[in-house]
Write a protein that binds this ligand. Structure first.
Ligand code: 5GP
Length: 244
């Protein structure tokens, strides 16, 4: 199969159907705009399983996604989309760059979910955008900004509820969207411990509770074990979620 694109965590291949692509999830991990590189054993299969379950679950709840099927543990068939070059970040609790840039203390619960837009551009370091910057750049129009915000908030509510059932707190996460051949806006990319901050509600220790890529970013150790914990809890709960 022809390789269309290789990213930091996934490879995208064409298929016989121009409207379908194959995503292969890799064990490679990067952080800080690829300045830190490594491998997380089994991550490809874990993230593919988690993302498949969550995308299917969201689809069932009325969120249009690019997910089609998971033919192999590290493989996902997805609808081909033209990616909107914006990373939509939703935050429920202060962490990461929000703390760094605003001085808010780590762990502070935000008064409302914060939706942020970042330019998807590694060369520029994915800068935070304002609404007007989005409009000036011509990446999206006002109606699309509203749609992205509404979808992101709806996804946040669904995921908060689901992760709570897994005894996991959804701190923040990053989403990507794209337009399919019919012009429908779909949730794309993945939702996984690579793209979310997830805190274990059964742990009170601030380091022990981290179940996401921050373990890799901050060299906290036990990275694989944390990803496995998320996978086990998500897969154990997912049937309930689909059924609702
Ligand atoms: P922060 O802005 O605090 O670094 O990230 C906020 C949230 O979005 C975190 O859950 C983080 O994992 C996710 N995120 C932001 N940018 C990226 C990115 O370029 N790649 C990945 N995998 N996740 C991102």
């Amino acid at each position: 199969m022809e390789k269309l694109y290789e990213g930091k965590a996934k490879i995208l291949y064409r298929t016989d159907d121009p409207e379908v692509l194959l995503t292969v999830f890799k064990d490679d991990a990067t952080a800080f705009n690829a300045q830190k590189r490594g491998q997380i054993q089994g991550k490809g299969a874990i993230n593919c399983a988690i993302a498949s379950a969550l995308l299917q679950g969201l689809e069932t709840l009325g969120i249009p996604t690019h997910y089609l099927s998971q033919p192999q543990p590290t493989e996902m068939f997805v609808k081909a989309v033209k990616i909107v070059p914006v990373e939509v970040v939703v935050r429920n609790i202060a962490a990461g760059s929000l703390c760094k840039q605003t001085g808010l203390p780590l762990g502070q619960v935000l008064p409302f979910p914060l939706v942020e837009f970042y330019l998807k551009d590694d060369a520029l370091g994915d800068p935070l955008l304002t609404r007007d910057r989005l409009l000036v750049l011509g990446i999206v129009n006002e109606a699309e900004i509203e749609t992205l915000q509404t979808l992101a908030l709806a996804i946040n509510q669904h995921l908060i509820h689901f992760f709570n059932q897994c005894q996991i707190t959804l701190v923040d996460f990053k989403l990507e969207f794209g337009y399919d051949a019919q012009g429908t806006l779909l949730l794309a990319d993945e939702i996984s411990p690579d793209t979310c901050r997830l805190w274990d509600q059964t742990q009170s220790d601030p380091t022990a509770k981290v179940l996401d890529k921050d373990r890799f970013r901050q060299d906290l150790g036990q990275v694989e074990a944390a990803y496995q914990t998320v996978q086990q809890r998500v897969l154990a709960q997912i049937q309930d979620w689909h059924g609702k």
